[in-house]
Design a protein around this ligand. Structure first.
Ligand code: KIV
Length: 311
């Protein structure tokens, strides 16, 4: 057995990198990715954290909510992301019912993200009701990211995808939840769709980084959904999203161009062809003449004799 340790990737972002960034006041960048090409692009852009979010249920699989997403779905996409990313910290999002039933099931499912899919950490939604689960997963050696505010797996209980912690009482409860999650061992906390003041109050009182989505500018980092940022998901775009491109239009125009070109016989053009070498083309033409003559002779079958010789 080799005694040499594998060469470390010195650029690799770890949970310690994020803590250091918080202490230094350096903003943390996080984006979702769901497959090999999106992971490659996000990683190459220098994003610190890639979340394989269960939002893939909506933006990739076309469901109305994240609830139908399964562990198998998540692992399938997480494996592809791990093949595309080199530097970013990789976080697998635990889907609905993969951690709510029992702490033992939560540990096993969280472990599968690391063992089978190459993730570095997991994320799960919820506050005080999830403390024992988080403690169990952390005890197993698995870094956990928390998620408070709008927690989409509770969409039916919340009465829709709506802002949270908008009253003083709800804001105080969210801050209390955040402190409890930190004590339970999470290394970072996503705050989704909460007022700026609430996110700021939480960020200032936690030692671990907060990552905001629709939570204003005071969080330690920001996260967006890949398809929202690029304008790839045109069914619905939350108000807090900044679209950096409108790729669904670009893609539509490109696809229409293809349909038009094929229909008008403009594609493939000569430059896309792959002609034979002239001597092979001549030999083939000669063989075809014999073939056609034999068929015309009334056999009705393709038995034209031996094919022309050549490599
Ligand atoms: O699933 C997801 O993409 C998320 C982000 C919105 C934080 O949970």
């Amino acid at each position: 057995m080799s005694t040499q340790s594998p060469s470390p990737n010195r650029d690799k972002v770890t949970v310690r990198t994020l803590l250091r960034k918080k202490r230094r006041g350096e903003p943390i960048t996080m984006l979702t990715a769901y497959d090999y090409p999106s992971a490659l692009a996000v990683d190459r852009a220098g994003v610190d954290v890639i979340l394989v979010g269960d939002s893939l249920g909506m933006v990739v699989l076309g469901y109305d909510t994240t609830l139908p997403v399964t562990m198998d779905d998540m692992l399938h996409h997480a494996k592809a992301v791990a093949r595309g990313a080199r530097r970013a910290l990789l976080v697998g999002d635990m889907p609905f019912l993969s951690y709510q039933v029992s702490d033992a099931e939560a540990v096993r499912n969280a472990g599968r993200f690391l063992q089978e899919a190459g993730m570095d950490a997991v994320k799960l939604e919820g506050g005080r009701e999830r403390l024992s689960t988080i403690q169990a997963v952390v005890r197993a050696g698995i870094p956990v990211m928390g998620h408070l505010g709008l927690t989409p797996q509770r969409v039916h209980q919340l009465g829709g995808f709506r802002a949270q912690a908008t009253t003083a009482q709800a804001a105080a409860r969210l801050l209390d939840d955040a402190l409890r999650l930190q004590d339970a061992g999470i290394f970072a906390l996503v705050l989704e769709a909460v007022p700026d003041e609430v996110a700021q109050a939480v960020t200032e009182r936690l030692d671990i980084p907060t990552i905001g989505i629709g939570a204003g500018p005071h969080c330690d980092g920001q996260v967006l959904v890949f398809h929202d940022l690029l304008g790839l998901y045109d069914r619905f775009t939350p108000r807090f999203v900044k679209q950096y491109a409108q790729l669904h239009r670009v893609i539509h125009d490109a696809l229409r161009g293809y349909v038009d070109d094929v229909t008008a016989r403009r594609f493939p053009a000569p430059e896309h062809g792959r002609p034979m070498k002239p001597e092979q083309a001549a030999a083939f033409r000669q063989w075809l003449q014999a073939f056609d003559a034999q068929r015309g002779g009334g056999t009705g079958s393709a038995a034209a004799g031996e094919a022309p010789h050549g490599p």
